[in-house]
Design a protein around this ligand. Structure first.
Ligand code: ADP
Ligand code: MG
Length: 496
């Protein structure tokens, strides 16, 4: 059986489609539907993942890793007990944990998975996630974009065209996706949002407020005390979550610190939802603006949106829901499925589609980041723009800039926000030496329907050509064979 995994920044969930073809969440060995994406090194040979790891955060912060997803595909490694681990290796413990409890739950070994990734993840990040799974002995049969998964969780009526807006408001990010559905085809129209706006920001506002209040009342600065601060974070998040259901809550942290002059310091504050919403007004305003921006980019008035799917824990906030209802008074809001679980349940349906147990669908995606090359001045020249639907092909003509030139180097780049990421390069060599601006070099980018990018350069006078295929650039991912020494080191570590 193929299962679906929502590997989140904050929490990881696994879903599967049961015998009666209903998507379900697999509970972990503690009976929880949610496993915190937290890894704690108990010692050199044992790691804890999930709730148990989270509870060690306070006591042993240097052995505890949070939010590894934010580092996927980067070279920001972790050093634990003098051993260096890259982000994929750390995340592999989370996947191993999932593999273990899911196999236990299903009574059969889980070997293949569908994993969801943010729509804006680039090739490196996707590959890093697939590598984590591989290190855990799991084969990724599909990397599915999270918003697409969220939409898939809801069964659509077959025929009629629907415009769907997926609002995925998680711990660290707000991911907005506008898609069109018709006849089992899901077409992404526009993606947007922010990678720096999420539930943590709301927690941070509350933490600052608590620290400030304590400073004013007790003359002690808790922001300098990491253990106190960690407790404040935990309580702030809890208060925020409470305020999604109740109108008022209290934040009580006894003995949070010891003041040299005043003795033990306790936090005891009341907070109303109204106050909280006032404190976080700027964040809500930003969220609203991001939604408006996506509609603008799609040139779509709000009344054209038929369905809205809520996903991510932060989407439960009443103030956020209010904003959405005000923006879209005529749209149907789909909220029967728990927003924490909607991505994992969608991934589970995708897994069952690949398994052949559910009816097939087609996913059509857009290029999330523009793709292009460097010209001779080192300037980025886009060839395929962000938001282009693929399959697609696009060509631009360049020339040479020097006399006696017998080769050009084609550097392929992706533009992520303002940052350029190199995807690969190749050289086109010529039989003759061209004088300055004599050659006509056509550079074509071709993306197949499964997201594989091939770049071709052709000198148009002579027909001399060269190409390179960037494997699994956008959709299917080919993961390199892991380093055997690392693999055996990881396998010697027990995951609890
Ligand atoms: P991720 O996809 O980033 O792992 P989740 O979708 O699991 O994130 O959302 C986690 C975020 O949702 C956290 O910041 C958490 O505090 C917040 N959250 C969870 N439940 C609620 C709630 N009822 N009200 C407000 N925020 C919530
Ligand atoms: Mg998520």
């Amino acid at each position: 059986m193929i299962v679906g995994i929502d590997f989140g920044t904050t929490n990881t969930l696994i879903g599967y489609v049961d015998r009666s073809l209903r998507p379900q969440i697999i509970v972990n060995e503690r009976g929880s539907r949610i496993t915190p994406t937290v890894v704690h090194f108990k010692n050199e040979k044992q790691v804890l993942v999930g709730e148990l790891a989270k509870s060690q955060m306070l006591i042993k912060p240097h052995q505890t890793i949070l939010r590894v997803k934010r580092r996927m595909g980067s070279d920001q490694n972790y050093e634990i007990f003098k051993e260096i681990f890259n982000p994929s290796e750390i995340a592999s413990f989370v996947f191993r944990k999932c593999k273990n409890f899911a196999s236990e739950f299903l009574g059969e070994p889980v070997e293949k998975i569908v994993v969801t990734v943010p729509a804006y993840f680039d090739d490196n990040q996707r590959q890093a996630v697939a590598m984590s799974a591989k290190l855990a002995g799991l084969q990724v049969v599909k990397l599915l974009n999270e918003p697409t998964a969220a939409a898939l969780a809801y069964e659509m009526e077959n025929d009629s065209e629907k415009i769907i807006l997926v609002l995925d408001f998680g711990g660290g990010t707000f991911d907005i996706t506008l898609m069109r559905y018709q006849d089992s085809v899901y077409q992404v129209l526009v993606t947007g949002g922010s990678t720096s706006l999420g539930g943590f920001d709301f927690d941070q506002v509350l933490v600052d407020w608590i620290v400030e209040t304590v400073k004013n009342e007790k003359f002690i600065d808790l922001s300098k005390d990491p253990i106190a601060l960690q407790q404040i974070y935990n309580h702030a998040e809890q208060a925020k979550i409470d305020l999604s259901v109740v109108a008022e809550t209290s934040i009580v942290i006894p003995y949070v610190a010891l003041s040299p002059e005043y003795g033990p310091v306790h936090v005891n504050l009341n907070l109303s939802r109204e106050r909280f919403e006032n404190l976080t007004k700027h964040l809500l305003e930003r969220a609203k603006q991001l939604i408006i921006d996506v509609l603008k980019e799609a040139s779509l008035p709000p009344e054209k949106v038929d369905l809205i799917v809520f996903s991510g824990g932060t989407s439960r906030m009443p103030a956020f829901r209010r904003i959405v209802t005000e923006l879209f008074p005529n749209s149907q809001i789909l909220s029967e499925i728990n927003p924490d679980e909607v991505v994992a349940l969608g991934a589970a349906r995708m897994a069952a589609i690949i398994d052949g147990r559910l009816k097939s669908i087609e996913l059509r995606d857009v290029v999330a980041h523009s793709l292009g090359v460097f010209d001779d001045d080192g300037q980025f020249v886009p060839i395929i723009d962000r938001g282009t639907v693929y399959p697609t092909i696009a060509t631009k003509i360049f020339t040479n800039t020097r006399d006696d030139q017998d080769k050009v180097l084609i550097k392929i780049l992706q533009k992520r926000d303002e940052e350029l990421v190199e995807l690969g390069d190749f050289q086109l060599t010529f039989a003759k030496k061209w004088q300055k601006e004599e050659a006509a070099i056509a550079v074509s980018f071709n993306i197949t329907h499964d997201g594989i990018l091939t770049v071709t350069a052709e000198e148009m006078n002579t027909g001399e050509a060269q190409d390179v295929t960037i494997q699994g650039h956008l959709a299917e991912i080919r993961v390199p064979t892991p380093d055997q020494a690392r693999l055996s080191l990881l396998n010697k570590i027990e995951v609890l």
